[in-house]
Write a protein that binds this ligand. Structure first.
Ligand code: GDP
Ligand code: MN
Length: 421
């Protein structure tokens, strides 16, 4: 599972907040699971999504991509048109983070680019900006496609309340988001696209324009083995034209072998590289935003561990599944990965021995602690095959050991607070 970034606004989150009642105790696992299912997908930048849109006939304003202020000065035409300078990072919510700025003059374009390049947005450094012709906006809409595991089909979501507050809309007034499951054999039918578009646009010509865009987005989605495609906002201009001014797409990793053109667009950040490296070592690692590092065997137990941490008020720093085999070397590698995240202030190790033998994990841990010097407190819970032997071995390390997952989570949170202080 490769290309994951922090969990941002995406059709997936929207979808989750529509399907899960707020406050449900199953909230966390379900949402984390779905998010990383979807986010464990290749992402592309907005400018790349816009190129695909253009290729499929979805109207998008012209744009240039620049890696430096020099390039902006050289490549952006000084044509007196209103421009928008936009950070190109694999994260949503750029507008709110200051990564989207309008510019009336070339000098303003350059100044905005200077500010945005190098900016940090949700832990990602902005290395590219896109300078696009800006449009005047009369109204912002939302259109998204996402794979829905329950209906086993692609789901179209659309709303007349598009723009940067769409997550809030989904939470507060979910009825304002239209959902439609698309039959995989029939595809999205013309009448369906029109029916949805007519609910967004009162005026028939505008609705037809929007319906055509929705159809094209669906074709693009299917053709490219996408797992998410989102236009937010789709805008209506004062001239009554409908166009896309933002685009987001993710693709199914398992289909990349037959999508060479998509694969070429891959742009891997440092964190994603870490996840890929971990993968090559047989570890499933996904970085999250919290501070409790988790090392667990088995995906299900890893989910439960994250839930447990959340339940007691902590935030997991990662998902890390060391897998079923009992190889001390893996434990060393897992510890290295965990501790390389500077946000980690405590580590919770939760092993249920089956094929994995707890004494092997203990040996791996002892080896890891011999190699990596760390001040970060670690709490260990071993249960199952050879737990007794494992715990006996760990006595020499002085690491706190506990019997239950509950205690482990509570202890890790307690230790993380102390180590932060
Ligand atoms: P996001 O915050 O990462 O989703 O970035 P967006 O591209 O969606 O931009 C955020 C917001 O900036 C949009 O919802 C618009 O309100 C505004 N914006 C973006 N492009 C333009 C533009 O060309 N003209 C105007 N007037 N506003 C824009
Ligand atoms: Mn947007």
């Amino acid at each position: 599972m490769g290309w994951i970034k922090s969990i941002n606004i995406s059709a997936r989150i929207l979808f989750n907040s529509l399907t899960i009642s707020p406050g449900s105790k199953y909230n966390f696992t379900y949402s984390i699971y779905n998010n990383f299912e979807i986010l464990a997908r290749m992402k592309i930048h907005e400018y790349q999504a816009r190129n695909l849109f253009r290729k499929y006939g979805i109207p998008v304003p012209d744009a240039v991509v620049c890696h430096s202020v020099d390039e902006v000065e050289k490549n952006v035409p000084d044509d007196g048109k209103l421009k928008v300078v936009k950070a190109q990072v694999h994260a949503g919510g750029r507008g709110k983070a200051g990564g989207v700025k309008l510019a009336r003059t070339k000098a303003e374009v350059v100044e905005n680019a200077r500010q945005i390049l190098g900016m940090d947005i949700k832990g990602l450094t902005v290395e590219k900006v896109m300078v696009a012709d800006a449009v005047n906006i009369e109204k912002e809409f939302y259109v998204g496609l996402v794979n829905d595991r329950n209906s086993k089909s692609v789901t179209l979501m659309a709303s007349a309340e598009g723009g940067v507050e769409i997550e809030e809309v989904a939470k507060v007034s979910p009825e304002k988001i239209i959902k439609l499951s698309i039959d995989p054999l029939l595809g999205l039918m013309d009448f369906q696209a029109r029916a949805v578009a007519l609910q967004l646009f009162g005026e028939i010509m505008q609705a037809l324009a929007a319906a055509a865009i929705i159809k094209k987005l669906y074709k693009l989605y299917i053709d490219t083995d996408a797992s998410l495609a989102e236009i937010n906002p789709l805008v209506l201009t004062p001239e009554k034209e409908v166009c896309a001014i933002d685009g987001k797409m993710n693709f199914d990793d398992n289909a990349l072998f037959r999508q060479p053109e998509i694969l070429k667009m891959r742009d891997v950040s440092a964190n994603e590289q870490k996840e890929i490296d971990a993968n090559e070592k047989g570890l499933s690692y996904i970085k999250l935003d919290g501070n409790i590092g988790c090392m667990v065997n088995g995906a299900g137990l890893a989910m439960t561990t994250m839930d447990m941490i959340k339940l007691y008020g902590g935030e997991p720093a990662n998902f890390l599944d060391i897998g079923g085999s009992s190889n001390p070397k893996k434990v060393v590698e897992a510890m290295e990965i965990l501790l390389s995240d500077k946000h980690v202030t405590a580590v919770m190790i939760n092993i249920f021995g089956g094929i994995t033998r707890c004494d092997d994990v203990a040996r791996g841990l002892i080896a890891a602690l011999g190699q990596i010097k760390t001040e970060v407190p670690i709490v260990v819970r071993l249960s199952g095959t050879n737990a007794k032997e494992g715990l006996e071995l760990l006595k020499s390390t002085g690491l706190p050991t506990v019997n239950t997952m509950r205690e482990a989570a509570q202890k890790a949170i307690e230790l993380s607070k102390k180590s932060k202080a």
